[in-house]
Design a protein around this ligand. Structure first.
Ligand SMILES: [Zn+2]
Ligand SMILES: [Zn+2]
Length: 142
């Protein structure tokens, strides 16, 4: 598993470091977590890693395209390592839980804007908002 991350880092010409491997592993196991959660997971493995190092790693991995940063309106930035498929997110208004929603494909793919105004489109960001099952259950049982 670790060697996959090493190959990913080498493929984008990033040096393989233990904090980078730890961040990639944390995001694989816990998609859509915020910076604080990444720091906690990395430091559970490597207590000497500083906050700044984790910030730097997240920025480097995001810039290199290995990690995607998402920031729903009103929420803190979250990170995930599922990249390159332009998938969308559904966010719970109540607890902030986030889940993946595959890109809508078929007759009208998301990247085909109904009117692109001459822009070259390379990304479509769609956020669905609602109430997650846990919150919906909590609401009806009170
Ligand atoms: Zn919820
Ligand atoms: Zn996602």
């Amino acid at each position: 598993m670790t060697s996959d991350f090493e190959a990913e880092l080498r493929a984008v010409s990033l040096r393989v470091t233990r904090p980078r491997l730890a961040v990639l592993a944390a995001l694989r196991d816990h998609p859509h977590i915020d910076t604080d959660a990444v720091i906690a997971l990395v430091r559970a493995q490597q207590p000497t890693v500083s906050h700044q190092t984790v910030y730097d790693v997240l920025r480097a991995l995001t810039d290199a395209g290995l990690v995607r940063r998402i920031q729903p309106a009103g929420a803190t930035a979250r990170y995930e390592s599922r990249v390159g498929d332009n998938h969308h997110h559904i966010v719970c208004r109540s607890c902030g839980a986030i889940a993946d929603v595959d890109c809508a494909v078929g007759q009208a793919p998301c990247l085909t804007a109904s009117d692109d105004h001459g822009f070259v489109v390379d990304e479509a960001e769609v956020v669905y908002w609602g109430t997650c099952p846990d919150c919906a259950t909590a609401r009806t049982s009170h």
